[in-house]
Write a protein that binds this ligand. Structure first.
Ligand SMILES: Nc1ncnc2c1ncn2[C@@H]1O[C@H](COP(=O)(O)OP(=O)(O)O)[C@@H](O)[C@H]1O
Ligand SMILES: CC(C)(COP(=O)(O)O)[C@@H](O)C(=O)NCCC(=O)O
Ligand SMILES: [K+]
Length: 245
């Protein structure tokens, strides 16, 4: 079995694979990572992690994996190319590895055409993977929680908790702030995708994939062709695992 771990700025997600079958998964807040129960024992032959959070969290998980599964936790890194995919980011050492992995995973899932890969987590990233198999780059936005908390934190009059959104016409402060974050992000994403489309030659073949903790909420208010694929970072880790072993 193989273990894949995705350490974001808010949460750590993990997936246990038996061959090509997902057998167990979970998610835990980064502050609780010491209590993680991977539940996989010594059956794990290889383990891979993506980490964009503090080094300390990766090191804690590496110790847990070593103790529970008896294997080293390999750490995926951004590279200038993997298989047929090349990376056009100017500062490779600054690119978040989760963006590179989600792009690799998306390319593995959809072999042809241009791709937009959206990861809606703590931050929201919208990245373009061109039909010529190049990670072209994209944009970084604050995520929904960050938008909400920034408004609460920097005003006197906005008192609100995170909540689900029923309508774009909010009638309480909380409804207004939560609707602003959701529809604001959805609108920004649609505009960014349109701008990216203008750069492409064959816009008819554009696929748009969404992952991250807010993917489903956003997909509910985005056009139908925006497809939710929550495991893109895990797919990317699997691409790396195949390429490196
Ligand atoms: N159980 C949850 N705990 C925390 N955030 C969640 C949860 N479910 C959905 N979310 C939303 O998902 C976002 C975090 O997504 P996630 O992809 O886990 O982040 P990251 O990969 O950056 O750690 C938050 O902005 C929040 O709005
Ligand atoms: C943009 C991110 C903060 C997203 O992290 P996440 O929301 O998944 O926790 C992460 O990919 C990152 O730290 N990137 C470094 C900056 C860059 O990609 O250029
Ligand atoms: K993200």
């Amino acid at each position: 079995m193989r273990l894949f771990i995705d350490i974001g700025n808010t949460r750590t997600k993990w997936l246990l694979m038996d061959g090509d079958l997902p057998v167990r998964r979970g998610a835990i807040d980064n502050s609780q990572v010491d209590q993680i129960d991977l539940g996989c024992g010594k059956a794990v032959s290889r383990a891979w992690a993506s980490c964009v959070a503090q080094e300390e969290i990766f090191q804690r998980l590496a110790s847990i994996v070593e103790a529970d599964c008896g294997v080293r936790l390999n750490r995926a890194a951004v590279e200038s190319s993997v298989n047929h995919m090349v990376n056009a980011y100017l500062a490779l050492d600054r690119l978040g590895v989760d963006r590179w992995l989600a792009a690799l995973g998306a390319r593995d899932l959809i072999a042809a055409g241009d791709l937009v890969v959206i990861d809606a987590g703590t931050a929201v990233t919208v990245d373009l993977v061109s039909a010529k198999h190049c990670f072209e780059g994209g944009v970084i936005l604050p995520g929904a929680r960050m938008m909400h908390d920034a408004l609460v934190g920097r005003t006197v009059g906005i008192i609100s908790e995170r909540s689900e959104v029923d309508s774009v016409v909010g009638r309480t402060t909380q409804e207004c702030v939560n609707a602003g974050a959701l529809y604001g992000l959805a609108g920004a994403i649609e505009r960014i995708v349109l701008e990216m489309q203008k750069r492409l030659l064959h816009t008819d073949k554009l696929s748009v994939l969404l992952c991250g903790g807010d993917a489903e909420r956003l997909a509910a208010v985005l056009p139908d062709h925006y497809r939710v694929e929550l495991d893109l970072v895990f797919y990317g880790l699997q691409v790396i695992d195949r390429a490196k072993s």
